[in-house]
Design a protein. Structure first.
Length: 255
């Protein structure tokens, strides 16, 4: 019988280069996968952990495994001048931007602890962001046509506020979502975001007309993870245990 674990341990990484954060993701992902492999090999039922990482990155364009480099509009000289890294990674999706003023969230979940449905997982992430934005008076929605969270979707003024890109192996997830809080949107000029031509991007600060700190968005975002996964799994919220691990890198702790 599967011994499921509905605890979620939150890791606040502060401000980290993308490559360093990816190493941390891979460490936790491998930890969970190794437990699952050992359980199957030795006929055991040791519960697997679930981690939820929050981080801000330096300026970087990441392009998914099926991405098209033609969606990169800046040449190498301009990338160097602006201090933007370009990194190819293993998630789904095309090219996107990460940088200061953006909440990046990486759920490293064993979905066998919750539900085994990748489509539902993506829609759940979108719904969590929609609920978070509503707390700031921002009306948004997910889309069946284009993954992510959008404002005024289906109109001539539609704009994307949150990008999603995930990967899962053995039902263990990594990568995740990037929510624009007070992001410098000019960095999106160097790409065709997610390979979608003619689609605008926006941020929380732009939408409400005043600066929002990433810390404030994070505080509102992670309860959404907990409450929704509690609802989805039929567990009582008192049974969710959250451990906040604050890393020593506090350079941009308060956004």
């Amino acid at each position: 019988m599967l011994n499921t674990n509905k605890q979620i341990e939150i890791k606040k990484l502060g401000f980290k280069e993308y490559s360093k954060a990816l190493e941390i993701q891979n460490h936790y992902h491998d930890e969970i996968c190794n437990i699952k492999l050992s359980n199957r090999k030795n006929n055991r039922s040791i519960p697997t952990p679930n981690y939820l990482l929050f981080v801000e990155h330096n300026h970087v364009y990441t392009i998914g495994k099926s991405g098209d480099l033609n969606n990169l509009l800046f040449d190498q000289n301009l990338l160097k001048k602006k201090g933007i890294e370009l990194i190819k990674i293993g998630r789904g999706g095309d090219i996107t931007y990460h940088g200061p003023g953006q909440i990046v969230s990486y759920p490293i979940f064993d979905l066998e602890n919750f539900f085994t449905d990748i489509h539902k997982y993506l829609r759940t992430l979108e719904f969590i962001v929609v609920k978070t934005l509503k707390k700031f008076g921002i009306v948004s929605m997910g889309s069946e046509d284009h993954t992510g969270v959008w404002i005024d979707k289906g109109t001539t003024n539609e704009r994307k506020i949150c990008a999603l890109g995930i990967k899962a192996s053995r039902w263990v997830t990594k990568h995740g979502l990037a929510l624009n809080v007070n992001t410098d949107l000019s960095y999106f000029d160097g790409i065709i975001p997610c390979g979608l031509k003619g689609k605008a991007v926006t941020s929380m600060s732009k939408e409400i007309g005043k600066k929002v700190k990433p810390y404030d968005g994070t505080v509102c975002l992670f309860p959404g993870y907990l409450s929704h996964y509690v609802e989805s799994s039929g567990e009582n919220i008192r049974r969710i245990i959250v451990s906040c691990n604050i890393y020593t890198n506090r350079r941009n702790e308060n956004g």
